[in-house]
Ligand binder design. Structure first.
Ligand SMILES: [Zn+2]
Length: 555
């Protein structure tokens, strides 16, 4: 009886303890969940040259599964800005993925003058590597000029290289920089007479089978078809007239109007490079991203993978036709359909609720100044060449030679320090004298010196934006800012690069696992994206991070 009693007691005790044990396990799992959200896949989407107002202007044309899905079921940061200049593609992609600005990451332009070697350099070029998948030199790329780690690098480090990073873009820099130093692969498009997705020996010696298959499939060639509007052009009431003076003209066309007969225009307009200046370039990237999901088995295991996709045709179309064109409207309506296609594949392959997406842009763009002028809005064009004679005379008179200016790029003058030394003048005095002269020139709104960038800690306005873009080792001696509405560009099409608000205001949408539904009008900045994703995943921030996680987006 006694024995039975004690047996009974033990059983009762075990029964009582079991829930405690399993509760304890549950608790520690919950704690781990509180520490991090682990989607199977993070998808970073950059839309090249996407202004924030493209979301609102074309809203009525979007379907439910593309931009609207991200806005309605995700989190919309409505007041998101680039906090540095120059606002261009190389610095843009780098800042999104590194959580910092050119002052720290060192990508101060697409191209810049390298003071140390006295040569112009391209942000992603690297002659130490060879092309893979093309007979051209277009594959000789690497991220070696980027001084810091990316969010993709940190995920690779955190997972002991088990989480994969695949980066894809039409432009080399749109893939190489987001992929970071440790990407499994970065792929980009080579046009001309090839029309293939390519890479660099920095990543691999040979293309994987799925990429070879994609290139051999004839998929790209099927976009060599007339560019017609996706919907009835008469329903495109959110853009200007199809035929106007503010748009570029394809060689062989007499008016910039639909339909654009791509097969007929092909030879005369750079062959496969022509597809870049059409929405079909984005469709090619969406097709390839979908193949990458399958070919690389992304989001299939417990280690979070990262797919970085950059759509560049929006930028080419904006540069060529301008932000108010029917062509840009059609490009966004078609991109929306491509996004829906990509998200549907993610639902199927990775699973609804199992992945996290962010979508942003690498810079905004200006309305075509010649169009603004016709609407009586102050705007115009700045031609530096026209000032050269007067500026040259001034330099000769003050310093004895025009050679004191070694280079002008990204709206910055670089001085020849040997000449300055021989003048027996302080560098700061030379900078100030030149800055004062330039401020007197038509179209130049503000001038700052490298000395000011060194001496001050700006916290707002244009100087703050310039300083975040100012890298002490790489940037120039005198910094120019043109008037709002004024650009240095041909009279057709839009551009970007300035610290002005039309170049800095871009969308920032988060969606999916770990993300709350909602919106904010509180200012967020581009270097907040990487730390937000790092905080979500519970991993280390990229090592140059200056931004902060956006607290409101978390579930
Ligand atoms: Zn551009």
């Amino acid at each position: 009886m006694k024995k039975t009693n004690s047996q009974f007691l033990i059983i009762v005790l075990l029964l009582a303890l079991c829930p405690i044990v399993s509760l304890g396990q549950k608790k520690s799992n919950e704690q781990a969940d509180n520490l991090r959200t682990s989607p199977k896949l993070v998808v970073g989407i950059v839309v090249d040259q996407m202004r924030y107002d493209y979301l609102t202007r074309f809203w009525n044309h979007y379907g439910d599964g593309g931009f609207k899905r991200l806005v309605n079921d995700g989190f919309n940061c409505k007041n998101n800005h680039f906090n540095y200049a120059p606002t261009s593609t190389g610095p843009g992609h780098t800042s999104i993925y590194t959580g910092t600005t050119p002052a720290t990451h060192g990508i101060i332009g697409n191209d810049w003058y390298d003071k140390e070697i006295g040569e112009d350099v391209y942000c992603a070029a690297d002659d130490n590597y060879a092309s893979v998948g093309t007979t051209s030199d277009a594959g000789k790329m690497s991220p070696h000029r980027m001084n810091v780690t990316t969010i993709t690098d940190e995920l690779r480090l955190h997972t002991q290289m088990r989480g994969k990073t695949i980066a894809i873009s039409m432009k080399d820099r749109g893939a190489v920089l987001p992929g970071g130093h440790t990407a499994n692969a970065a792929y980009w498009f080579y046009g001309a007479d090839e029309g293939n997705m390519i890479t660099s020996t920095f990543y691999m010696q040979n293309l994987p089978k799925w990429v070879k298959n994609f290139n051999a499939s004839g998929n790209v060639g099927k976009y060599k078809k007339p560019w017609t509007t996706l919907k009835d052009i008469n329903s495109y009431i959110e853009s200007g007239l199809d035929n106007n003076n503010y748009e570029g003209l394809f060689s062989g066309e007499t008016a910039p109007t639909f339909p654009h007969d791509l097969p007929k225009l092909f030879k005369e307009n750079g062959e496969y490079d022509l597809l870049k200046i059409t929405p079909y370039g984005n469709s090619i990237i969406a097709d390839f991203a979908i193949e990458a999901l399958k070919g690389e088995n992304l989001g299939a295991d417990a280690f979070t993978d990262f797919l970085a996709v950059s759509f560049s045709s929006t930028d080419y179309v904006g540069h060529f036709f301008g932000v108010n064109s029917k062509e840009i409207e059609d490009t966004y309506i078609r991109l929306d359909a491509d996004l829906e296609r990509l998200f549907k594949t993610l639902d199927k392959k990775v699973g609804k609720g199992e992945y996290t997406v962010f979508l942003t842009a690498d810079h905004g763009a200006i309305d075509v100044p010649s169009y603004l002028k016709d609407q009586k809005i102050p705007a115009g064009y700045f031609e530096f060449d026209s000032l050269k004679p007067k500026f040259g005379e001034f330099l000769k008179y003050k310093f004895g030679t025009i050679d004191i200016i070694k280079n002008f790029s990204n709206y910055q003058f670089f001085l020849d320090y040997d000449i300055v030394k021989n003048l027996d003048m302080q560098l700061v005095d030379v900078q100030n004298i030149i800055a004062k002269e330039l401020l007197g020139y038509e179209g130049i709104d503000r001038v700052y010196t490298g000395h000011q960038m060194w001496q001050n800690e700006y916290t707002e306005g244009i100087p703050y934006i310039l300083q975040n873009g100012y890298n002490q080792k790489r940037s120039g001696d005198i910094l120019l800012v043109l008037k709002p509405g004024v650009i240095s560009y041909p009279k057709t099409g839009s551009t970007h690069g300035s610290p002005q608000i039309y170049d800095t205001h871009v969308p920032l949408l988060f969606y999916g696992k770990g993300i709350k539904k909602g919106k904010t009008i509180v200012r967020t900045e581009i270097d907040d994206i990487a730390p937000t994703i790092a905080a979500l995943l519970g991993i280390a921030y990229p090592n140059g991070t200056t931004g902060s996680p956006i607290a409101e987006v978390f579930d």
